[in-house]
Design a protein around this ligand. Structure first.
Ligand code: AOF
Ligand code: ZN
Length: 375
């Protein structure tokens, strides 16, 4: 196998294990590291590590610990530039040097100003052979939360939409009306598990009374933080969201419209209030809301509805990724249109997105869009 093929193959393995803790490492990125030694019978993986829940330890020291002495002279494949700053632990670059690693293959430079090229430079200065940019596009997408938070001061926004054949996302007076099938439901819960937080508008909260937790067997602990844009603090105390606060935190984005007694009651029930200004239309300022949420450490935000919030985020150029499921059903009279004024074709028509993947999940089709910035 030529070296470039081999590098891509092991970086693929590092990317796959790095994704294991997506949604669990905020405010840090979910990084994967694989340590590979040459043996007479071919390359052998001697250590694997991925960023731990809560963001520490980082991936590299965990992989080095597993490799032990076998790391000496080996190659480390890592999905993000090893850090060079002194946090609570020593920099990963220094740990790689101390372990005697001969070569480091890294996917992409870390945009964090504390690192940003210094990690690679530190390795090279210690005589380690450094190759960068292997599988960079895949790594940028996996670390889109980290990149967007560091570079834009807001979380990466992933919009999830499920529409009927006639472009509806629900039926008036039918709360929680399921458009897509059971297999898509599983995929959506997996997307929830890989998000740091999940956001909906108060209209959807009132109409559907959703819980927004991940209810896949074994992944219940991976429920994201639930965020409701609820400017006037209207969420009822007996809503499923408030009643399930013990399972996953609930944050409410409120503005000056929110009455003091409602704020106090919701806080008393365990919700966290995030106060933002109102925008020109009198609604909660979404840019400010995203900035505040990123300030709390959220890097990956999934948005599950409804049409008003989806439209506002799309119009604001704030959607980075969109997963659109379409079901072969027709809603007809009483249907709620996907974007209040337009269908998911608005994503395609905007010209801002590329189709990253499309296919079928169970009875439904999906189209997965990514903003062009990540090309
Ligand atoms: C790595 N490997 O697995 C991760 C990295 O607050 P600290 O000290 O944990 O540092 C957080 C920063 O470290 C974060 O902003 C990002 O730049 C980097 N994350 N780096 O070498 C890892 N998760
Ligand atoms: Zn590190």
């Amino acid at each position: 196998m030529v070296d470039a093929d081999r590098d891509r193959r092991f970086m693929g393995a590092a990317l796959a294990i790095g994704r294991r803790n997506l949604g669990q490492t905020w405010p840090n990125p979910a990084v994967g590291a694989v340590i590979v030694r040459d043996t007479p019978s071919g390359p052998l993986v001697v250590g694997r590590g991925w960023t731990a829940e809560g963001g520490r330890p980082h991936g590299e020291p965990l992989a080095l610990a597993e490799a032990g002495e076998l790391a000496r002279g080996a190659t480390c494949y890592v999905t993000l530039e090893p850090c060079s700053h002194h946090g609570r632990t020593r920099p990963c670059a220094d740990a790689l040097v101390a372990a005697g690693v001969a070569r480091v293959v890294s996917a992409v430079e870390d945009p964090d100003p504390r690192v940003s090229g210094n990690g690679h430079a530190r390795l090279a200065a210690a005589g380690i052979a450094v190759t960068t940019g292997v599988c960079a596009k895949a790594a940028r997408r996996d670390h889109a939360g980290h990149f967007t938070r560091v570079l834009k001061g807001r979380p990466h926004v992933q919009l999830k939409l499920a529409t009927s054949a006639d472009g509806m996302i629900g039926r008036a007076g039918a709360p929680g009306f399921a458009i897509t099938g059971e297999t898509v439901r599983g995929r959506v819960h997996l997307m929830r598990a890989e998000a740091d937080a999940i956001m909906i508008g108060i209209g959807t909260a009132l109409a559907d009374d959703p819980m927004l937790t991940c209810r896949l067997a074994g992944l219940e602990r991976r429920s994201p933080i639930r965020v409701v844009v609820d400017g006037a603090a209207r969420l009822p105390l007996d809503s499923a969201l408030v009643e399930s606060i013990g399972e996953a935190p609930l944050w409410l984005v409120v503005d000056a419209r929110a009455p003091a007694d409602r704020r106090a009651a919701l806080e008393e029930a365990g919700a966290t209030l995030v106060e933002v200004p109102r925008d020109a239309t009198g609604r909660s300022d979404l840019v400010a809301a995203l900035r505040a949420i990123a300030g709390e450490g959220i890097t990956r935000l999934m948005v599950e509805g409804g049409a008003t919030l989806a439209r506002a985020l799309l119009d604001g150029g704030l959607v980075d990724e969109a997963m659109v499921f379409s079901a072969p059903v027709t809603i007809g009279a009483g249907g709620l249109p996907a974007f209040a004024t337009a269908g998911p074709e608005a994503i395609e028509a905007s010209g801002r997105y590329v189709l990253a993947a499309a296919g079928r999940i169970g009875t439904d089709e999906y189209r997965h869009w990514w903003v062009k910035d990540w090309e």
